[in-house]
Write a protein that binds this ligand. Structure first.
Ligand SMILES: [Zn+2]
Ligand SMILES: [Zn+2]
Length: 275
C-alpha cells in the first residue's frame, strides 16, 4: 500500500489521499511528514513534523506515542504549530489516562522560521501555509562547505597546500533539500523562495479538473493543478511530487490530466505520488 519515491539519494515512503490520510516517511532523517496514516513499520522513526491538525494529517499522533512507549523506544519529537500545541497535548494526556500507562514523548511547539536541528549538518524550518486552520509546511536544509569563489580555479594540490597553511577556503552554504506543503493555497509557494528552491518539493494538489475549479480549491484552502501550471516558471525544484489528490478522481484520470496540462518547462520534473 505504501508508495515510494527517490531522488538525489533521498528515499520517501508513504501514502497521501486528500481528506483521507497523509504520512510520508524519510528514513534518512528519521522523520515522518504528517501522521494521518499509521505506518506501523515506520514507528521507529524519531521525528514527526505535523503540518496542521486536520485528522487526515494528525490522527496517528497518540497511537505513534503509545506504540513507542510500549516498546520502550526513545521519546519521539513531535513538532506541531504553536496554535495546536495546547489541545494536542491535552489529547495525548487523555489517551495516556485512558490507556493506563505513561506516554514518553517530546511535543514541540514549532514557530515559523526558527531552525530545528535534525543532525549536525541538517536542520529544518517551518513556513506559514494558508489553509482553513493554522498550518505550516516544512523545509529541510543541508549545510555544506563550499569552496570560496576566489579559490575555485585552484588545483587539488594547491588547495591542500593552502589548507595546511591554515587558510580559510570554504564557507557554509545552506541548501534547501526537501519541502513539504501539507494543505495550503498556492501562496505557500509564491511567498517562500526556499520552498521554490528546494531540490524536492512535495506539494498538495487536491483538485485537478473544472468540476472542482480554482475558486473552489481556494475556498477550501487547497491548491488546484491549474494554479501550479499557471505559475510553472516560479518553480526551481528538480522534482515536484504532487500529493493529496481528492478521492473523487480515478488515478488514471489524474495521471492523464497532469500529463496533458504539464507545460514543457515542467516536463520530467512533475510526478504524481500515485500507484
Ligand atoms: Zn488534508
Ligand atoms: Zn487540511
Amino acid at each position: 500500500m505504501n508508495l515510494k519515491f527517490s531522488h538525489a539519494g533521498i528515499d520517501f515512503e508513504g501514502i497521501s489521499e486528500g481528506g483521507i490520510r497523509t504520512s510520508i516517511a524519510i528514513p534518512r532523517y528519521s522523520l515522518l511528514f504528517d501522521i494521518g496514516a499509521i505506518q506501523h513499520e515506520k514507528i521507529h522513526l524519531e521525528n514527526v513534523l505535523v503540518t496542521h491538525g486536520h485528522l487526515d494529517h494528525a490522527a496517528g499522533i497518540p497511537y505513534y506515542i503509545s506504540q513507542r512507549s510500549l516498546q520502550k523506544l526513545k521519546p519521539p519529537n513531535i513538532y506541531v504549530n504553536e496554535d495546536m500545541y495546547e489541545n494536542t497535548k491535552k489529547i495525548i494526556e487523555l489517551y495516556s489516562e485512558i490507556e493506563g500507562f505513561a506516554y514518553n514523548y517530546n511535543l514541540i511547539s514549532t514557530p515559523t522560521n526558527k531552525e530545528f536541528a535534525l543532525s549536525p549538518n541538517t536542520f529544518f524550518k517551518a513556513h506559514k501555509t494558508t489553509h482553513r486552520i493554522p498550518s505550516q509546511g516544512y523545509t529541510i536544509f543541508e549545510k555544506v562547505k563550499k569552496l570560496l569563489p576566489e579559490f575555485a580555479d585552484l588545483k587539488g594540490s594547491e588547495i591542500v597546500e593552502l589548507k595546511a597553511k591554515g587558510e580559510t577556503l570554504t564557507e557554509d552554504k545552506e541548501t534547501p533539500l526537501v519541502s513539504f506543503s501539507g494543505d495550503t493555497q498556492i501562496e505557500y509557494i509564491l511567498d517562500h523562495k526556499e520552498v521554490r528552491e528546494s531540490k524536492i518539493l512535495f506539494l498538495e494538489c487536491t483538485y485537478v479538473d473544472s468540476d472542482r475549479n480554482v475558486e473552489r480549491a481556494r475556498a477550501w484552502g487547497h491548491t488546484h493543478l491549474d494554479e501550479i501550471i499557471a505559475h510553472a516558471k516560479e518553480f526551481n525544484n528538480e522534482k515536484i511530487v504532487l500529493i493529496h489528490f481528492s478521492k473523487r478522481y480515478k488515478h488514471s484520470f489524474i495521471k492523464d490530466i497532469v500529463r496533458k496540462k504539464t507545460p514543457d518547462i515542467l516536463k520530467g520534473r512533475i510526478h504524481c505520488f500515485l500507484p
